[in-house]
Design a protein around this ligand. Sequence first.
Ligand SMILES: NC(=O)c1ccc[n+]([C@@H]2O[C@H](COP(=O)([O-])OP(=O)(O)OC[C@H]3O[C@@H](n4cnc5c(N)ncnc54)[C@H](O)[C@@H]3O)[C@@H](O)[C@H]2O)c1
Length: 461
Amino acid sequence: MKKDFKKNILCIGAGYVGGPTMAVIAHKCPQYKVTLVDVNHERIREWNSDRLPIYEPGLDDVVMAARGKNLFFSTDIENSIREADIIFVSVNTPTKTFGVGAGMAADLQYWEKTARQILECSESPKIIVEKSTLPVRTALAMERILNSDHDSLRFDVLSNPEFLAEGTAVNDLLHPDRVLVGSRLTDSGIAARQQIVDIYANWVPREKILASDVWSSELSKLVANVFLSQRISTINAISAICEKTEADVTRVARAVGMDHRIGAKYLNASIGFGGSCFKKDILNLVYICKNYGLNEVADYLHSVVKMNDYQKERFVENMLQAMFNTLAGKRICIFGFAFKADTGDTRESPAIYIAKRLLEEQADLVVSDPKALRNAKEDLSDEGGHVEFIEDPYQAVSGCHAIAVLTEWDLYKSLDYQKIFQKMIKPAFIFDGRNIIDHQRCFDIGFNIYPIGKPPLTHLG
Ligand SMILES: NC(=O)c1ccc[n+]([C@@H]2O[C@H](COP(=O)([O-])OP(=O)(O)OC[C@H]3O[C@@H](n4cnc5c(N)ncnc54)[C@H](O)[C@@H]3O)[C@@H](O)[C@H]2O)c1
């Protein structure tokens, strides 16, 4: 098999990043054999089935076009390592939950286990690419582990962070703003870097492929997430001011975003950011800053996460206040549980926090979502009998006192809210945590509307 392909590329970790990234590489580079392996056998079985383990627009087509030709999913990690020339490592790097740095630092155990397994199984030199998001200077630790044995084998450790966003992953991979490849600035490092650049050059314009040193590359990924999440927390902070002053956050964002120095993107006020990355990457950077004694920098960055937590709690408190200071026994329908639209991923979704807080207030919940109900059930599995899961939004709202829109799925913009109103208990409330529905129209139908960062529209006098 090996001789039919120019190179064997392996990716360890077939998750939200590894899966789509390797599918696109395979699709664009038929000359390479691309294999994905994972310790999670169920995940690999699903990658080999008709129902892929993750939902991303366009992903099915890319996978089906290459699978079985030059794209393979396997649980045979050891042999796959042996055969590989280039190994991308895309295992999870969650926040540490124990010991030193608990709640802040990145948990690098999966990364390190992978490095040791690569060392154990390798019989030839390899290029190891950090695809996971890692603390700056992790490559140094990896080099030390990988080059601790085998005098004759050489491993070059590179950084190639992934900037895709879930929900638009395939498009982001096909048309990236940039691809970043960091290496040691030695002859061997630069030669290894060129091999990774050559892969992307099959479809990414050369001027968008940035070559870098390894530390800047590792740090750039964390910094990109700081900038993105900081914009969200800033506009959310402004939404709180708007609610007190009868200003409209959408108008403010528009006026501000038309300044080309600021730009219009990432200025939608909401219940806050979620997803597996923003919070963990910022906390990781906060932890690194503290370790270097950069306490003021750490505090500044930490405030982005604190503002996000505040925004979620503020949303719940607004609901409580609007609904006459009691939610006990009231039926609340949650529209959207995914952390953003066009994904089934619920990791760190604001909906988890909000749902749990509403249950604490003894509300009964009906959770609706077009793609995330499987994950939502798991997230709320400890919450007992006060939660129902109903995909059809018209069924889900039946007998509810309120709707909380928590994910910006297009579906919720075009529902028949007249029909929905008829099925609900009056006075009926909508708390639009994403500012996506037509507020005036729903108000005219009879709803009491509570957007984010705008004056509420109510019939309550
Ligand atoms: N999800 C995103 O949007 C995104 C974007 C950019 C970067 N990242 C980064 O990419 C990395 C992966 O994220 P993800 O969302 O794909 O995570 P994920 O949890 O979906 O996937 C990681 C996979 O690695 C597997 N794994 C763990 N240890 C392993 C081992 N020793 N051998 C083989 N497989 C192993 C897990 O079983 C899992 O399937 C993280 O560092 C993350 O911060 C994620």
